[in-house]
Structure formats: C-alpha cells, structure tokens
Design a protein around this ligand. Structure first.
Ligand SMILES: *Cc1c(COP(=O)(O)O)cnc(C)c1O
Length: 362
C-alpha cells in the first residue's frame, strides 16, 4: 500500500481492556471512543468492544448517533452533555446519557416532558475548572436536577482530574477529597447513583479514584497518559507508510522547502509517502526518528504535505516499497512525543482522513 496507513491491532485493545479489569476489578468500564476513537476508527472499535465494556464515552451527540446507526445498544455517555444548539430530543432518540454541567441544561431538562426518564451524569468540578458545578453551586444544582421530572433517579456523578499525570503532586488526593465531601453533603442518599472520576491517569496511578466506573481513553489504545511508557499496556496503533524513492544525495546539498537541512556527507535520501496532510506534525525538531527495516533513521528537511525525506545513509540497502514506521511497532509514540514536544494524545488524534485505517489481529 503506497499510502499512509493507521494499522490498528485489535488484540492490543482487548489486552488493554483485560489489564483494566485486572487493576480495577468489580468496576464498570466506560471505553472512551471520542475523536474517532483517538484515530483508531470509532465504528470498528465500538464493534470490537460493544459486548466487552459497560459503556462508551463520546464527546458529541453526533458520535453517539454513529453508534446507534450501527445498532449498538451499549450505554453511551456524552461527556460534554448536550450543546446549546443541539436538539435535546436527540438524547432520547439516540438513548444517550448526557453529562450535566450547567444550569442552562437543567433549565431545558426541567421543561422536558418525556415518557422514559433520562439517565444523567452530574458533573462536579473538583479542580479542572473547565466544565461542571463548583462546590458552592453543586448541592443546589444537584437537587434541582433531581427535581426534574424527565431525569431518572438516582443521579450518577462524574468528575475529572486536572493533574492525574503529576505522580508526585498531592493535587489529585485533594481533588478526591473534594469529591467525597460533595457526596457526603447530599442528605438524601437515595438520590446518589454511580460515581466516576478516573480517566487513564487516575486508573493507573490513583487506584482510590476507581469508584463505580473507570473511563479509559488513551490507555485503552495502549498509550501512556504519563510522560513515560506503561509496559503492561500494548500499543494498538502503528502509523506507517512506505518509501517511494531512494536518491543519491551529494555532500553540501539541501533538501525540501526552505532548504533548512544540508547534508554533511554523500548519502542516500529516502522519500516517504507521508506528510502533514496525513496528520504527521509539520513542526518537528531535527533528527526525529522513523523506523525502516528495524533501523532508526532521521527525518531531514521540512515535512511537507505529502512527503517526508529521511537520511538513509550512504550504505543503506533500503528500497522503494520498504515500510516506514512513524510510530508503533518498535518505535513508541511516547518517544516521538518526548522528541517533538507534542503530546502523545495530540500525535494520535491529529491524524487525517487521508490516513487509511486498517485492522490486524495479532
Ligand atoms: C477524554 C476523557 C476521558 C479519557 O481521558 P484519557 O486521559 O484519554 O483516558 C475521560 N473522561 C472525560 C470526561 C474525558 O473528556
């Protein structure tokens, strides 16, 4: 295949699910498949996991709609609830469980007359300060939400850590404390449903945050939420393409737009069918590695829309058609993140539709 390919190993995702089941036994598992399952393909990942997880988490109702159209019946949480211009009836039509983070949403739910009540997740802000009710507002909002006829009781409670990747900081412990304080402040215990706080970082580093449901995103795909790899996880994605040309290149000659790199010796350059048009970042430091025939070689010159040039070295045996791995098997995305200063989250989710996804099972 002469194109950029996102190769996804389904067995790796299943392995990672097993790992979460082992480290968080008895906890519900909500697989986060927003942003096209972090570029792993939302439909295929949902197909793979629909009977192996307790729920799916997405960011938008449109993502839930994709799953319902596939006839997937697994519970779906929309992590940002519904938006000001969404049609609230979509919540009912697609049977999603919205996250409720603002008074304006409660206003809408309050006026809604439905036959079947909606399962909701009340979002508590414990330190992220992005979405959710803060500790001063939360109790009143919670009771107001509970009084909406359209809302099913008990009410689930969801929160999100700001700093779960800071392993030596006590911020996460303080945020857990705030979460617990809120729960104890609700006098009417029968209104309290399931609790969920932990995303990948919390799941791996803060077991006391597991509660009733864990919400793995990046770790589901085998990528560490921290700045170092987690060896118990299996990376699912290999992002690769192939050499389309191998060229003799003279000492002192430059390559690519702006001539930003010049060779210090006679060498061979490889041209790879990959570029920022596929989602590989354009701004990367010199010598960012790729893997060709199990050998690391540096990217040279500027990344362009459709092509990337690598310095193969004068004695190389590489040929057009050889596979070039940008990350995945043999070259962890965590290493590329460290080298480029672009987080692994961003590297994997920024891939474009031109990079075709294919699936393997080994
Ligand atoms: C994206 C997201 C997750 C998953 O986060 P990871 O760090 O990728 O595991 C969990 N919960 C919420 C609310 C999210 O937005």
């Amino acid at each position: 295949m002469s194109i950029a390919v996102v190769e996804v190993n389904r067995q790796a995702i299943l392995h990672n699910i097993e790992y979460f089941r082992k480290i968080a036994p008895g906890t519900e598992l909500i697989a986060i498949i927003k942003a096209n399952a972090y570029s792993h393909g939302i439909q295929s990942v949902a197909q793979l996991l629909h009977d192996k997880v307790d729920g799916f988490g997405v960011a938008r109702i449109a993502e839930a709609q994709i799953l319902r159209k596939m006839k997937i019946t697994t519970p779906i949480i929309t992590l940002e609830g519904f938006f000001p211009h969404d049609n609230v009836w979509d919540i009912i039509d697609f049977n999603v469980q919205p996250t409720i983070h603002s008074e304006w949403q409660i206003d809408i739910l309050n006026k809604l007359a439905v036959q079947n009540q909606i399962t909701v997740w009340f979002k508590l802000d414990i330190g992220m300060h992005r979405l959710g009710f803060n500790l001063e507002q939360a109790k009143k909002a919670f009771y107001r939400l509970a009084s909406c006829p359209a809302v099913r009781k008990p009410i689930n409670i969801l929160s999100h850590f700001s700093s779960a990747d800071e392993l030596t900081s006590d911020k996460t412990l303080q945020q857990i404390k705030l979460f617990d304080e809120f729960i104890t402040s609700i006098e009417n215990r029968s209104l309290i449903g399931k609790s969920s706080i932990a995303a990948s970082g919390g799941i791996i580093a803060w077991p006391m945050s597991h509660r009733d449901a864990i919400r793995p995103g990046i770790a589901l795909y085998g990528v560490s939420p921290f700045d170092k790899p987690i060896y118990e996880l299996k990376p699912a994605m290999t992002f690769k393409s192939e050499l389309i040309a191998v060229r003799e290149h003279k000492k002192g000659e430059s390559v690519g737009y702006g001539q930003i790199w010049t060779s210090k010796q006679d060498t061979k350059l490889g041209v790879v069918a990959m570029g920022y048009g596929d989602g590989y970042p354009r701004n990367i430091p010199a010598n960012t590695p790729v893997l060709i025939n199990e050998r690391r070689v540096p990217i040279v010159g500027r990344v362009s829309m459709d092509m990337i040039v690598v310095d193969l070295g004068a004695d190389c045996l590489a040929m057009p058609g050889d596979e070039v791995i940008f990350w995945g098997k043999g070259l962890m995305v965590e290493e590329i993140a460290k080298h480029t200063g672009i987080s692994a989250y961003e590297l994997i989710t920024r891939l474009t539709a031109r990079a075709k996804i294919c699936y393997i099972d080994k």
